[in-house]
Design a protein around this ligand. Structure first.
Ligand SMILES: [Zn+2]
Length: 438
């Protein structure tokens, strides 16, 4: 059963609950985990003097994936952060990351006990999206060595859903299973739902699907509204990361919200401590301000994750600031993006989220890809637009509208062409940078 008792509790009470879990994790990690102990000792941390969340934030250093990779390299295969403190007889689930950054693939793991706690965290998101046990759900993410797909599957099964794991099939077969089994929800990545709608022979609005559990990528509100319209369904977003091995931010019943009042991705505070820190001062930002996201798990006792820097940023929403009135903190939906993802084009800093927003604000655009290359000394930014089926009548008009929208958003001229863009069940890679550098 879903425990809703803390959702509307006093925020101080939620904080106290977080500390009661965190305290035990810090002590246990210090005793049993050479990886974190080494980092804390090197930073001169006196664990005994950390007595509340404030102490924790000021005293404990952050970690990131480069440290995980270094630990793995020095202590293969799993590194010292995973190899300890596991009870005999307790199974570990292993996950790798795709390692697209070229810096190698991270290895993550969690115990079956931790997985069971994770299910309780997802319970909040499923319940807020109006799902109930016994419903059929189609999972469009493939099941592989990546955490994405596997954890969603386990969370949905644990919640009591009848899960159709169609992620490893091609789009046509996915649609066939959806027609045959009539699931009430889809669970996967945002733009893939748009892809399914685009390639379906029959309008997907006639399907059984009424709930879309989107995620893995940021899109603008207008994009989501078109997606909701196409499926005749309401969308609810989520956010997670490989290091957490789970999603930990979920939309409440307000979903993506509206133009004047964007929805909130609520942190499931009893299970995760999300810090949103000012990039300059390192201090927690106030409601409505932008900051960098750091995450600490409050349920991984054997494979801890403590103050992990994600290199993602977003707009912080304080407890009680969402229209739902919940005491859980959060991040404004659609505001999350890479902090290291800014592109310098023709000397101008361009934010990928701003480009997403500008392009998807033009109706009829299904997907896009941007190729940056050099022409002599100059940067060229070429956008390939893939239009939704049925939009093919006026490609030049779409190209013009997108170029204008981009010029307005960035001040730069983009060359826009109409073409085909490769799809992915996971995140789409929207940028290729082929520029020559000295
Ligand atoms: Zn809310």
């Amino acid at each position: 059963m879903h425990d809703a008792s803390t959702e509307f509790a006093d925020p101080d009470q939620v904080r106290a609950l977080q500390w009661s879990k965190l305290d035990g994790i810090i002590q246990r990690t210090h005793q049993t985990n050479p990886f974190y102990r080494g980092i804390w000792e090197a930073a001169g941390v006196d664990v005994e003097s950390v007595r509340n969340v404030g102490d924790f934030q000021s005293a404990l250093p952050w970690v990131d994936k480069s440290m995980f990779l270094a630990d793995q390299m020095a202590n293969p295969p799993a590194g010292t952060r995973i190899s300890t403190a596991i009870d005999p007889g307790e199974a570990l689930e292993y996950y790798t990351t795709s390692g697209t950054s070229g810096r190698g693939s991270e290895l993550h793991a969690q115990t079956t006990t931790e997985l069971a706690a994770m299910v309780d965290m997802y319970r909040y998101g499923f319940t807020w999206a109006g799902l109930t046990a016994g419903e059929k759900m189609a999972l469009t993410l493939p099941i592989t060595m990546l955490a994405g797909g596997r954890v969603e599957y386990q969370a949905a099964v644990g919640f009591g859903m009848s899960v159709l794991p169609i992620g490893n099939y091609d789009a046509e077969r996915k649609l066939e299973v959806i027609r045959q089994f009539a699931p009430t929800s889809l669970f996967g990545s945002t733009t893939y739902f748009a892809h399914l709608a685009a390639v379906s022979d029959e309008p997907v609005g006639n399907s059984s699907v009424r709930t879309l559990l989107t995620g893995l990528e940021g899109v603008g509100l207008s994009y989501v509204q078109r997606l909701e319209e196409a499926w005749g369904a309401q969308a609810f977003d989520r956010f997670g990361c490989a290091q957490m091995r789970a999603d930990f931010l979920f939309s409440c019943e307000h979903g993506f919200g509206s133009a004047g009042s964007p929805g909130v991705l609520h942190a499931i505070d009893p299970f995760v401590l999300v810090e949103v820190l000012d990039p300059v001062t390192g201090q927690q930002v106030a409601d409505g301000e932008y900051g960098e996201i750091f995450v600490t798990s409050l349920y991984h006792r054997d494979t801890p994750l403590i103050r992990c820097r994600l290199y993602d940023g977003g707009i912080y929403r304080a407890p009680g600031s969402c229209a739902c009135g919940r005491s859980f903190s959060g991040i404004e939906v659609g505001s999350i993006g890479r902090t290291d993802g800014v592109k310098k084009i023709k000397g101008v800093n361009v934010y990928p989220q701003a480009v997403d927003k500008a392009i998807f604000s033009v109706p009829g655009v299904e997907e896009y890809h941007i190729r940056l290359f050099s022409k002599g000394e100059a940067d060229v930014a070429q956008v390939t637009l893939m239009l939704a089926e049925g939009e093919a009548g006026s490609p030049a008009k779409h190209a013009e509208a997108v170029a204008e929208s981009l010029r307005h958003a960035t001040g730069l001229r983009f060359d826009v062409v109409i073409g085909h863009v490769e799809r992915s069940e996971y995140k789409v890679a929207r940028w290729t940078d082929e520029r020559s550098r000295d």
